[in-house]
Design a binder for this molecule. Structure first.
Ligand code: KIV
Ligand code: ZN
Length: 393
């Protein structure tokens, strides 16, 4: 058994959650959302109790209007807008949020050679000046300024250090370490966050380090988790992990890790609403993954006979994550590989008392239907129908 499975919890750090489903999530080629859907999702994010909603990107035509509308419908979380280090983007973000009193502008400048050479072709000094002057300009208009050295992971540490010091001295209060292309491994990312934290600490006790991870090697959640273990005070997530290319760190996965025992961090998120939120984002984008942890269709379902037998007696035998924490229920799914215990228990759930012989009969019926390619999934109505037929015969 993993040690500390049932250990006593110590006082936990509270980590802020910036959800970027509406910004980085929408940058996925297959996740374009209509304005009314974005507003519904923003309201859902507020119900989930996220600390910050990143509502859009000033450079994307059309984002400003919906950002304004979101600002008129939301009360509690901070609202954030992404902006290039230009007056034009900063002004547009201010214009969207000026009537809302918890405004964040999230300014980014590329710091890796590969991105700078491909996009801006500036000297290191010019990049730093560009970042510093944008933060200086934005400081008058926003309660909080977040700054991202884009592609932090592939940037020289010396450049990151100079850039972070410059923007902090102009008023940036969050330094977001971005694994823009999802390249880092967990230990590397954790170490980078730890090193940046030391730099930041020399400048200020209050500036937060944030983690923004992409999933190109499937490490976004692991990297975000390591960032927290190494001092990050904020994480950036999306529902279902939607986002550029292979996506971002998923909100539901990081919240599940916050509840995993022994607990190592806390958030303000109401985990019981995550499933509802995931269904809403699915309806808007068409995106869903049946196998996804926490919100996937099969995340708490059991089909094989051996598992069903054990789960009927104790759900913990085959579930490490607590379904109820996420507004979900454990389920027995009937199929040809179900066993007596599962079928008897399902029948009971549907109001029938059956014995092993009847259960065996149902299993054979399902098996035959699959082998004859008649049907491969059996829902409660199908089982009820079979029970009725057996009952009447
Ligand atoms: O992945 C990234 O670097 C971003 C930034 C613009 C924060 O999304
Ligand atoms: Zn991103």
């Amino acid at each position: 058994m993993i040690s500390n499975y049932n250990c006593i919890e110590k006082e936990l750090n509270n980590i802020s959650v910036m959800d970027t489903t509406l910004r980085d999530g929408e940058q996925n080629p297959f996740c374009t959302m209509y304005d009314n859907e974005k507003i519904e999702i923003a309201k859902m994010l507020e119900k989930l109790n996220v600390d910050i909603i990143e509502a859009g990107f000033a450079a994307s035509k059309g984002n400003i209007e919906v950002m304004k509308e979101i600002a008129s419908k939301i009360k509690k979380p901070y609202l954030c807008g992404l902006a290039r280090a230009t007056k034009q983007d900063i002004d547009a973000t201010y214009d969207a949020f000026k009537k809302y009193d918890k405004r964040i502008v999230h300014i980014f400048v590329p710091t890796s050679d590969v991105q700078n050479d491909a996009k801006l072709k500036k000297s290191e000094d010019e990049l730093i000046e560009m970042a510093a002057s944008a933060v200086r300009y934005a400081a008058k208009y926003f309660q909080i300024i977040e700054f991202t050295p884009e592609d932090s992971v592939r940037s020289k540490f010396s450049t990151l250090t100079k850039m972070c010091k410059a923007v902090i001295s102009e008023g940036a209060e969050v330094i977001n370490i971005a694994d823009t292309v999802g390249y880092a491994m967990p230990q590397e990312f954790g170490q980078l966050v730890k090193n940046i934290k030391q730099v930041v600490k020399q400048e200020s006790d209050t500036v937060k380090v944030s983690a923004h991870c992409h999933n190109d090697y499937g490490m976004a959640t692991a990297n975000t988790y390591y960032a927290i273990q190494n001092g990050a005070g904020q994480v950036e997530t999306t529902i279902w992990g939607i986002g550029e290319r292979a996506g971002n760190c998923s909100l539901e996965q990081i919240i599940a890790l916050s509840l995993r025992k022994p607990r190592t961090f806390d958030t303000q998120i109401d985990s019981t609403k995550l499933y509802e939120a995931a269904k809403l984002v699915s309806r808007a984008t068409g995106i869903k993954s049946d196998f996804a942890p926490i919100v996937g269709k099969s995340a708490f379902s059991h089909k094989s006979g051996i598992h069903q037998h054990a789960v009927v007696n104790d759900v913990n035998s085959y579930e490490a994550v607590n379904a109820k924490d996420f507004g979900r229920k454990s389920e027995l799914i009937m199929g040809p590989c179900s066993g007596y215990h599962g079928v008897i228990s399902k029948a009971q759930e549907l109001g029938y008392t059956i014995d092993k012989t009847v259960a065996a009969n149902i299993i054979i019926k399902m098996s035959n239907m699959v082998r004859q390619k008649i049907k491969r999934e059996f829902n409660d109505n199908d089982i009820r129908f079979m029970l009725e037929v057996i009952h009447k015969s």
